[in-house]
Each structure stands twice: as structure tokens, then as C-alpha cells.
Write a protein that binds this ligand. Structure first.
Ligand SMILES: [Zn+2]
Length: 407
């Protein structure tokens, strides 16, 4: 009798114990699965991209559903899986090309395999946007000239990034636009690029291309056409007095200047537009040498192109800042004499040379019309005058244009 009992009870107990061990994870697991989900962006157009990782180390993950839903009643299951896994690690990539635009939620739901069916849910908000940014490009002037300026104005209706642009390096000495974000009064976003055309810029029809991409990946592609006009530059002769001939022949004097200017050249100017309206003539008086004039000095001792305008005025006449900005450089140079360079932002700088006296110092903020120095004839000048230069993106351009156009 006892024998028999034992023979029945023992295997039963062993079986129960074995079952208890075997099924232990399924009834002891009171923890829901851990869900970790992320999206690669918060707005999408073609494909929703992300990653999810679901972990349940005890009973294992039994069921996973991923769906997209909106408050407007849209609901679409984009993934459903069954099985039993301790870990699910999966890249998400769902085509949403035909899902209407708007705000959505990505809902990830997971249940474990325990008898308690512990479940967890995670939600992430995102936007579906299929509309490319609305980009308008306008140019000023429509027919820029050799040695002139071309301003590019861009308006974009939403936050977008210009991921590339193309311009002709034979016209601009650069092959892409340097766009600056500028303040916009209305809605949307505004950008400007101020380009300088060298005196050798290629004449004829040209175009610039620009592309903007919004955070969802929608792209707008714009082309703007313009025509470069040829400029006829004068040729002239300058005779410097004997006492100043060294300024033409001694290379070391120019090198010394370059060294002083090089630090200023490397300095990044303001990314904000500091000027407003048209520039003013810094001094009133007749122009004795136009921009771009090719000049031969003292019977061919030296020749160079004139990269500004010379305005004749009596020594001591006040020199005014052509527009508002910050003084980048105020120092004595060999060739340029006492020189001031003002940064106006967006890569635009004005230069004032041959001053008798400098009345500002580096770092000073100046206002349009403020006196910054006095006319003189220091450096390579044959008589009292102001040399006024305008530099745009590292290229000297005709300053007179800046008094006629509002860039
Ligand atoms: Zn000059």
C-alpha cells in the first residue's frame, strides 16, 4: 500500500516541481515589457524613420503592434508581430507618402507572455508634411556690372535649410552662396547674400541655383537669371612726388601693410546686417579717379587697378562713415596711409585711406554720417583726397553703386 502511494506521489511531486520551475517566468513576471522608441526627426514626408527596442527578460515579449493615429480619427497599423522574444530590436521605416498631412502619434504597444499579460505603451508625436517650402528669390540689380554688386534676397515661408547653391565662379570668384539669415518683419524667413563681381567677371547671361529642404525632407529648387554687363574702365597716369617713389618700388612696405591687414582679413565680420538704406558719400567733392581705373605710376614704375574712388577735398575735411557698422581696423599703413575699415555685416566692408587723422578705434560702433577721420594725403597719395573703397565678400566693388541702390 505505502509503496504504491509513494510510487504515485513522488512522480507527481516531481512533475509539479518541474512544471513550477518551467512556468515560473510566466506567473512570476509582473513587469510589463520595456519599450524604447525614437524617431529620426519630428516631421516626415515620404518615410517615417525610427528605431524601437522592446525588452522583457522574464516571460518574454509576446505581442507588438505599432500604429499611426491622429486626433482626427486616422488609424493605421503599420506593424504587428507575435511570438515570444526576450528582446526585439528593430529599425522602423514605414511609407507614409499617401498619409494626409497633419499632426500624428506613433503608438507602440507591447504585451508580455506572462499569465498576467502585462502590457506597455509608448507614444511619440510627429508631423507629416508633403509640401516643399515656398522659396522666392529676387536679385538687385537685374543687370549687375563688372566691378559691381549683386544682392540676392531669399524669402522662405517655413523653417528650411539651404543645403546647396551654385553660382558661376567666373563671375563671383566663389561657387556657392554665402547666405545670411536676416530679420524678417512679416511671416517666414529671410536670407541675403551680397556678392561682389570682380572687374574681370565674365560678361553675359548667368544663373544662380539654390535649393531649400524642410525638416520633412521636401525640397524646393530655384533658379534666378541675370546678365552681367561689361564695364569700361579708364586708364590713367599718376605721378607721385619724388619723396614718395619708395612706396612704388619697395615691396617690403606693401608686405608690411599686408601683414597688418591679414589679421583683420581673417576676422569674421558681423552676421547681422548693420547698415541701413543707401550709403552716403563720406566726403563731398569731385571724383578724381573712378573705381576700376587702370593706373600707370611715374612712367611705368608701377601699375595697378584702382579698387575704390578718390574724392578730392581739402586736407582736414571731416570724413563720414558711409553707413553704420563696427570699426574693424584703424591704423597707419605705408601705402594706404592712415586707414579705417568699417564692417557693415554680411561680408560688406568700407575702406577709408590717406587720412590725416583717425578719430575712431578698432571695435567702435559707428553710425551713418558720423565723423571718423580727416582728409589727408598720407601714404601713396599725390595730394589730399579720400580713397573710399567698398569690399563685398572679399572683392572690391564700385562704391558709387552703394549710394544709388539700397542693398
Ligand atoms: Zn584711391
Amino acid at each position: 500500500m505505502r509503496w504504491r502511494k509513494l510510487l504515485v506521489i513522488t512522480p507527481t511531486l516531481i512533475l509539479i516541481a518541474a512544471l513550477a520551475v518551467l512556468f515560473y517566468p510566466f506567473y512570476s513576471d509582473r513587469q510589463p515589457p520595456l519599450i524604447d522608441v525614437s524617431l529620426s526627426s519630428n516631421s516626415f514626408s515620404f518615410k517615417l524613420n525610427g528605431h524601437m527596442r522592446i525588452v522583457d527578460l522574464k516571460a518574454g515579449v509576446k505581442e507588438v503592434t505599432v500604429r499611426i493615429e491622429s486626433e482626427r480619427g486616422f488609424k493605421q497599423v503599420v506593424f504587428a508581430g507575435k511570438g515570444r522574444k526576450r528582446e526585439i530590436d528593430k529599425d522602423l521605416g514605414f511609407n507614409i507618402q499617401f498619409v494626409p498631412e497633419g499632426g500624428y502619434k506613433l503608438v507602440v504597444e507591447a504585451k508580455d507572455a506572462s499569465i498576467w499579460k502585462n502590457s506597455a505603451q509608448r507614444e511619440l508625436s510627429f508631423i507629416i508634411d508633403h509640401t516643399p517650402p515656398d522659396v522666392t528669390v529676387s536679385l538687385k540689380p537685374r543687370k549687375p556690372k563688372q566691378g559691381g554688386t549683386l544682392a540676392v534676397y531669399v524669402a522662405v515661408n517655413e523653417q528650411a535649410l539651404s543645403d546647396y547653391s551654385v553660382i558661376d565662379p567666373n563671375v563671383f570668384r566663389r561657387s556657392s552662396l554665402q547666405l545670411y539669415r536676416v530679420k524678417s518683419e512679416g511671416e517666414g524667413y529671410r536670407y541675403e547674400a551680397i556678392l561682389g563681381l570682380s572687374t574681370e567677371a565674365r560678361v553675359g547671361k548667368s544663373s544662380l541655383f539654390i535649393s531649400f529642404v524642410d525638416p520633412a525632407g521636401n525640397r524646393s529648387y530655384k533658379k534666378a537669371d541675370f546678365e552681367v554687363r561689361g564695364s569700361s574702365f579708364e586708364i590713367g597716369v599718376v605721378n607721385l612726388p619724388k619723396g614718395k617713389l619708395r612706396l612704388l618700388t619697395d615691396r617690403s612696405l606693401a608686405e608690411e601693410d599686408d601683414l597688418k591687414l591679414s589679421r583683420m582679413r581673417k576676422m569674421e565680420g558681423s552676421r547681422e546686417k548693420l547698415w541701413s538704406g543707401r550709403f552716403i558719400m563720406p566726403v563731398r567733392g569731385p571724383i578724381s579717379s573712378n573705381f576700376g581705373k587702370f593706373r600707370v605710376y611715374n612712367n611705368g614704375l608701377a601699375r595697378s587697378r584702382h579698387m575704390g574712388v578718390d574724392i578730392v577735398a581739402r586736407a582736414g575735411t571731416p570724413v563720414k562713415a558711409a553707413n553704420s557698422g563696427v570699426v574693424l581696423f584703424a591704423n597707419r599703413l605705408n601705402i594706404r596711409g592712415n586707414a579705417i575699415i568699417i564692417d557693415h555685416g554680411l561680408g560688406v566692408r568700407s575702406h577709408y585711406y590717406h587720412l590725416r587723422k583717425i578719430l575712431v578705434k578698432q571695435g567702435d560702433k559707428v553710425k551713418k554720417g558720423q565723423t571718423i577721420g580727416l582728409v589727408g594725403s598720407t601714404g601713396r597719395a599725390s595730394g589730399p583726397h579720400l580713397h573710399w573703397g567698398m569690399e563685398v565678400d572679399g572683392i572690391f566693388v564700385d562704391p558709387i553703386e552703394w549710394t544709388r541702390y539700397e542693398f
